[in-house]
Design a protein around this ligand. Sequence first.
Ligand SMILES: [Zn+2]
Length: 80
Amino acid sequence: MAKWAHQKCGHLGEKATYKWAQECGIVMSLDMIKIIIAQCPLCQHTHKRLVQNIVKGELGRGKLPGQIWQIDYIGPLPQD
Ligand SMILES: [Zn+2]
């Protein structure tokens, strides 16, 4: 459940995932989220790049080709 929430919120950090979950009415401890993120291969791979600056509503524009990369992650989707 915590793992799903973490993926669903877009692989946010510990506190952001915690806040997101709370807003969705999901109860989980910060310790649990830390463990989930520590075990998340995607976060281990992209953590440093994702956390820097989260752009909302607009795409960053680099001055040089390849300066800013946009990466979209899809799934795995939760199964009802
Ligand atoms: Zn993750």
